[in-house]
Design a protein around this ligand. Structure first.
Ligand code: C2O
Ligand code: CU
Length: 492
């Protein structure tokens, strides 16, 4: 009897050891397999997804047009600016000094303004940022070679080097620029600025104020100020406030003292915006909202819900307007009036992609963790979205990860069709960054009209570092640039 038991016990122990070895082997292999080579091309990312379209013959063959040839126009520029990337100490209005990464020594960098259709030339000079830098024109649908993604559309610009960006500013509205080399660290530490494309004939008598909002060294910046920013504005003046959330997380704003309209989102005007009063406005990371109002006799203040600081507009030395913002958060899906939008009305799409964001245990580049996934795959195995020039593309973006993800597509604007199956009923709502909350599903559509290799990633930039990244690739376009390698390209 005991002999039988002993044998059984031995058998079980043996089995347990075998299972443990198998598990260890599998874990070891998963770890080994997840490690990224020192240099790789984003063209070699996961399986191509044709969105139901016909498969391409060129995409992974290395033939075709190089992104490096998709440059902006030559000719005499209307705006010529040099941006010097410089690591330096920045002294804030409160007196606090922060070790920052800057353009031209300031955070945010210079605000660039150009008239619509103007030709822009920006010379990026890296003075002393040893990891290299680049400039991405967030929301501006530039030619691919001007998109500023290190390792995808150019080499990182090393200390002492320069790179010239040229593009025509054919949109109109509020945009921003930022480094796309080690972007999570570099943007946070200050390598960004506002970019405004004014109408060809800007309205006179309008106070036009850009307010990038950023957290630098633990201080809340409104523009360059970490204390209350005062601006004298006479009564009855029209005011346009261009809000930019350059942080990684959503920010909730309140505008007190006057009824206002949301004039534009992500650089696209809304149709027939109505007056709203006392409603909080939430901007996902990377988003821009333009607010418009007429200056009353007393002060108007802009701030973050539940926080001190902000901007006070009005008579000299005016006290901030009393806070009265309550109620439901502003919802673009039901705001303004619809337009017979050609893009949304068409029932036939050339491609339909599903991008389902989740989370699972596994290894990303040898790091074990509970990582972001796209369609169940971890970085870099997420599907690459393949399109052909001219395609009308539908994308269903679902979020089953339990966290909010501001998803940003480079080089294109997306028209939002529906949220959680409910069609958008207000103004056409265009975005270049879509704040997808937990358990939300959006349907969007866009025209594939800008050939290149374009990043599509979460703009909570540490999430991108952790692999919430894929690419939109046009058939017949390839990139000669590589992540890693001698240029040390690290877009995230
Ligand atoms: Cu604003 Cu890929 O970034
Ligand atoms: Cu995210």
């Amino acid at each position: 009897m005991t002999a039988v038991r002993t044998r059984l016990l031995r058998g079980l122990i043996g089995l347990a050891i075998l299972l443990a070895l198998a598990l260890a082997g599998w874990l070891g292999w998963s770890w080994y397999d997840s490690r990224l080579p020192g240099t790789y091309s984003v063209m070699d990312f996961g399986e191509p997804d044709y969105g139901g379209g016909r498969p391409s013959t060129h995409v992974h063959t290395g033939h075709g047009v190089s992104v490096a040839d998709l440059k902006g126009p030559r000719g005499k520029a209307d705006l010529v600016v040099t941006l010097r990337a410089l690591e330096t100490k920045v002294r804030l209005d409160s007196g606090k000094t922060v070790d920052a990464l800057t353009f031209n020594g300031e955070v945010p960098g210079p605000e660039l303004r150009v008239r619509r259709h103007g030709l822009v030339e920006v010379i990026l000079l890296n003075e002393n940022i040893d990891k290299g830098v680049s400039i991405h024109w967030h929301g501006v649908d530039v030619p691919n070679a001007e998109d500023g993604v290190a390792g995808v559309t150019q080499q990182a610009v090393r200390p002492g080097e320069r790179y010239t960006y040229r593009f025509r500013a054919d949109q109109r509205g509020t945009f921003w620029y930022h480094s796309h080399q080690f972007s999570a660290r570099q943007v946070k530490r200050g390598l960004f600025g506002a970019f405004v494309i004014e109408p060809a004939h800007p309205p006179k008598e309008t106070v036009d104020l850009t307010v990038p909002v950023h957290t630098l060294g633990g201080r809340q910046l409104f523009g360059r100020s970490d204390v209350l920013l005062q601006r004298t504005v006479p009564p009855r003046r029209q005011v346009r406030l261009r809000l930019i959330n350059t942080d990684d997380v959503p920010r909730r704003f309140e505008l007190d003292g006057a009824p206002f309209r949301v004039l534009a989102i992500d650089g696209v005007d809304l149709n027939r915006p109505t007056l709203i009063d006392g409603q909080p406005i939430e901007l996902g990371a990377g988003a821009r909202y333009d607010l418009g109002f007429e200056m009353p006799l007393h002060a108007v203040s802009l701030g973050l819900v539940g926080a001190k600081g902000g901007v006070v507009l009005g008579p000299r030395g005016a006290a901030p307007a009393p806070q009265k913002t309550v109620g439901p958060i502003f919802d673009p899906a039901t705001y303004g009036a619809p337009v017979a939008a050609a893009l949304g009305a068409k029932a036939r799409y050339d491609r339909h992609f599903t991008v389902d964001i989740g989370r699972r245990l596994g290894f990303v580049n040898g790091r074990p963790g509970y990582h972001w996934s796209i369609n169940g795959k971890l970085f870099p195995n997420a599907p690459v979205l393949v399109v052909r020039k001219g395609d009308l593309v539908r994308m269903t973006i679902a979020n089953h990860s339990g966290k909010v993800h501001p998803m940003h597509l480079h080089g294109h604007h997306l028209l939002v069709l529906s949220r959680n199956g409910k069609p958008v009923s207000g103004s056409p709502w265009w975005v270049d960054i879509l704040n997808v909350k937990a358990d939300e599903t959006y349907d969007v559509v866009f025209r594939a009209n800008n050939p290149g290799v374009w990043m599509f990633h979460c703009h909570n930039l540490p999430h991108a570092t952790d692999g919430l990244v894929t690419h939109l690739v046009y058939e017949g376009v390839t990139t000669p640039f590589r992540v890693g390698g001698h240029a040390h390209n690290h877009p995230e």
